[in-house]
Design a protein around this ligand. Structure first.
Ligand code: 4NP
Length: 157
């Protein structure tokens, strides 16, 4: 079982999208049962809330329904429960390095763009203050990136 946690700042835009897209691609490949996929935020401002409505709409354009997801803040136990904790941008990674309990827990902490070949981005940009086109652009980026990540995880397994 691959235990994967995506982490952004608020857990209402980028990380729920990544969660939805990776689960979607795993289903398409017929290997969803081999994955436990979740997402969380480094902050707690939106805990308990649905993903942003613009994200729900952008994901739906790909046939991915993320409306039932609810935001939560990462906690110490996540660093033991998940083999892979994947930061959506470098600020998220820095925050996670500080939040990671000491002595080091069991997980691999990575920046998303470091995990896949030729990602075409370093940070997944935060669309929160942007227009709907920014949400579409992030969705396209994460759809491709999650497909590439799935291939890598299956190859590495
Ligand atoms: P996310 O986007 O980290 O991709 O979920 C954000 C959502 C909300 C805020 C910041 C980023 N906020 O400041 O409330």
């Amino acid at each position: 079982m691959n235990n994967i946690l995506f982490v952004c700042l608020g857990n209402i835009c980028r990380s729920p999208l990544a969660e939805g897209f990776l689960r979607h691609h795993a289903k398409l490949k017929g290997c969803a049962d081999s994955f436990n996929i979740d997402s969380a935020g480094t902050g707690n401002w939106h805990s308990g809330k649905s993903p942003d409505r613009r994200v729900i709409r952008a994901a739906a354009e790909y046939g991915v329904d993320i409306s039932a997801l609810r935001a939560r803040q990462i906690s110490n136990i996540d660093f033991d429960r998940f083999q892979h904790i994947i930061a959506l941008d470098r600020d998220n990674l820095t925050d996670l390095e500080h939040l990671r309990p000491s002595p080091s827990a069991n997980c691999r902490l990575s920046l998303f763009s470091d995990l896949i070949d030729k990602p075409g981005f370093i940070d997944v940009p935060d669309p929160w203050y942007g227009s709907y086109a920014d949400f579409e652009s992030v969705s396209q980026q994460l759809d491709r990136a999650c497909k590439a990540l799935l291939e890598k995880l299956l190859t590495d397994a």
